[in-house]
Ligand binder design. Structure first.
Ligand SMILES: Cc1cc2nc3c(=O)[nH]c(=O)nc-3n(C[C@H](O)[C@H](O)[C@H](O)COP(=O)(O)OP(=O)(O)OC[C@H]3O[C@@H](n4cnc5c(N)ncnc54)[C@H](O)[C@@H]3O)c2cc1C
Length: 284
């Protein structure tokens, strides 16, 4: 289908984009990679009066080191996250997860910030952002504010972003030397997650010293598997200990049943995939 007509603006700075958004009215939409927004427009599930295309704003692209963390521009594509050496060294979990997002075409257009702003509970990048304690830097007419991932994801397709705000960058602490793995369960290759488990661990002498685990599609927002993390820390990374810890994976989750899987099946998937992901991470 053809989208409804809209005005199109392509600013070249964040300030211009914020002003354009503020001046365009409540129903304006920001365009990033278009991988989620364009299908919605084509199906006429949304008909914004104005589209503000962030594609020409160079300052929104790229990954840099800043002190103890990395700063990822919101318009950095999945492809660029996948192959970035800073991500590989300091945030391996993001690389592992991004490897599983869709197909090469989508990864060349779709953006890190667009995925987080879209906040689809089946989106793979939300759980690692939560597990890694990422912070979202948001720009609006009143300046910039920083929101932790735990407060950013509020509900299905709902974030802390107001209609007149733009996600500018994502700050991620460095997890240098941590190992990582993502277990994604889907019905066909290159599809969205029915359930996903993002694990990153730091080991010391065969024991788990620190663990961070995020679950995809186990609630309307990403969920942190804190009971599993607590059960793992200080334990030898043996099959028995990992199995015992993974048994807690469904605690605190409230997955939505659909034609693919009911609640019990998703919770069993969370337990099984957590065991596999932790096992793979400690030996990565
Ligand atoms: C065939 C296909 C398969 C896919 N499979 C997967 C998958 O397996 N796993 C997965 O995680 N994702 C998957 N995706 C989604 C993909 O990861 C998209 O990149 C992502 O959903 C949206 O990113 P985008 O840059 O394209 O954003 P857009 O589609 O441009 O925008 C999405 C929404 O976010 C808003 N937005 C975007 N950027 C900003 C910003 N900086 N500030 C404020 N608001 C913003 C837009 O206004 C819009 O509402 C798939 C997409 C397709 C088409």
């Amino acid at each position: 289908m053809i989208p409804a007509a809209f005005d199109y603006v392509a600013p070249s700075t964040v300030d211009e984009a914020v002003q354009a958004l503020a001046g365009a009215g409540e129903d304006a939409k920001v365009l990033a990679g278009g991988q989620s927004l364009l299908p919605v427009l084509r199906m006429r599930l949304a008909a914004p009066s104005t589209i503000i295309d962030l594609g020409k704003i160079a300052e929104l692209r790229g990954i840099r080191e800043e002190g103890d963390g990395l700063v990822i521009g919101s318009m950095t594509t999945h492809y660029d996250v996948q192959r970035d050496h800073l991500i590989a060294e300091h945030a391996a979990l993001l690389a592992r997860v991004t490897d599983t997002v869709a197909d090469p075409q989508v990864r060349h257009r779709g953006t890190f910030g667009g995925s987080l702003a879209h906040a689809d509970p089946a989106g793979d990048l939300l759980a690692p952002a939560l597990a890694l304690d990422a912070e979202m830097v948001i720009a609006g007419m009143d300046g910039r504010r920083t929101v932790p991932a735990a407060e950013f994801f509020q509900d299905l397709f709902t974030t802390a972003l107001a209609a007149d705000e733009i996600l500018v960058e994502v700050r991620v602490p460095k997890y240098t030397g941590w190992r990582a793995h993502y277990e994604k369960f889907n019905r066909v290759a290159q599809a969205w997650s029915m359930v996903g488990v993002a694990v990153t661990v730091r080991t010391e002498g065969g024991a788990v010293a620190e663990a961070r685990i995020g679950l995809t599609n186990m609630a309307s927002t990403p969920v942190r598997a804190t009971a599993v993390e607590q059960a793992l820390v200080g334990q030898a990374a043996t099959a028995e200990n990992i199995r015992a810890a993974a048994a807690h994976a469904a605690e605190g989750t409230s997955p939505t049943p659909d034609s693919n899987a009911d609640v019990e099946f998703r919770q069993e998937l969370a337990r099984v995939l957590t065991g596999r992901a932790v096992t793979a991470a400690v030996t990565a």
